[in-house]
Design a protein around this ligand. Structure first.
Ligand code: 13P
Length: 250
């Protein structure tokens, strides 16, 4: 049995006051939820606040990005070691906004996955195709390439610690969601790709769906056999919506 997970990717949102209020509301609401892992991913500058307010609650926290190595002359970057110091358990790797807005290629994403594992963080590795790629029938090829480069870089054994997230780029922040069936098909494909290397491991990996998950579409997505939770953007900034999604997963 895979325990569901709901992670809130706050992206570049939130004043200090808003972050404080959101963290407080989520930790209070999540106290009543037991069979779902609830995770928040605020911006770097709010991680100290997350540590202060979430320690000793059942909400875990993490970062949206990291850079390679422990320290160095990399202006503007943050290492996995630094994230661990603020109690981070998770880090996003290969989010589509990193891949497409910041032009992170397959090799850099693979290196970041390695860096996250080396820092003892749990990476949430994001995979997904653009609208043009879907329309060209390239969804499986794109997702397979993203996944296999990552698996080749760290080795299949290391995937024991990796959470996966399928986020079709065309469904992110657009209000368009993949239908439960469309999402399920890609989730099953991802699991089967992992199974080609390790059947038992594939069965234990959590694959989250991301892309306009809201309180009213979460249950349909979670009813699919290979969808193990959600990576939520916009709706994670509203405590009621986020907690309703967590409740739907639990
Ligand atoms: P939205 O839920 O706002 O579509 O964002 C999804 C996402 O990118 C989560 O990482």
């Amino acid at each position: 049995m895979r325990k569901p997970m709901v992670a809130g990717n706050w992206k570049m949102h939130g004043t200090r006051a808003a972050a404080k209020s959101l963290l407080e509301s989520i930790s209070q609401g999540a106290a009543k939820l037991s069979d779902v892992d609830v995770v928040v991913l605020p911006s770097f500058v709010h991680l100290a606040l997350a540590e202060e307010l979430l320690s000793h609650t059942n909400v875990a926290w993490g970062a949206q990005n990291l850079y390679l190595g422990e320290s160095g002359a990399f202006t503007g970057e943050v290492s996995g070691l630094m994230l661990k110091e603020y109690g981070c358990e998770y880090v996003l790797v290969g989010h589509s906004e990193r891949r497409h807005v910041f032009h992170e290629g397959l090799a850099l994403v693979a290196d970041k996955l390695k860096a996250a594992l080396a820092a003892n963080l749990t990476p949430i590795l994001c995979l997904g195709e653009t609208l043009a790629q879907r329309e060209n029938g390239e969804t499986e090829a794109v997702v397979a390439e993203q996944l296999t480069t990552a698996m080749a870089a760290v080795g299949i054994k290391a995937f024991e610690k990796v959470v996966l997230a399928y986020e079709p780029v065309w469904a992110i922040g657009t209000g368009l969601t993949a239908s439960p069936e469309q999402a399920q098909a890609v989730h099953a494909f991802i699991r089967q790709k992992i199974a080609q290397q390790d059947v038992a491991l594939a069965d234990t990996r959590r694959i989250l769906y991301g892309g306009s998950v809201k309180a009213d579409n979460a249950s349909g997505l979670f009813s699919m056999s290979d969808i193990d939770g959600a990576l939520v953007g916009g709706a994670s900034l509203d405590p009621k919506s986020f907690l309703a999604i967590c409740q739907a997963a639990s």
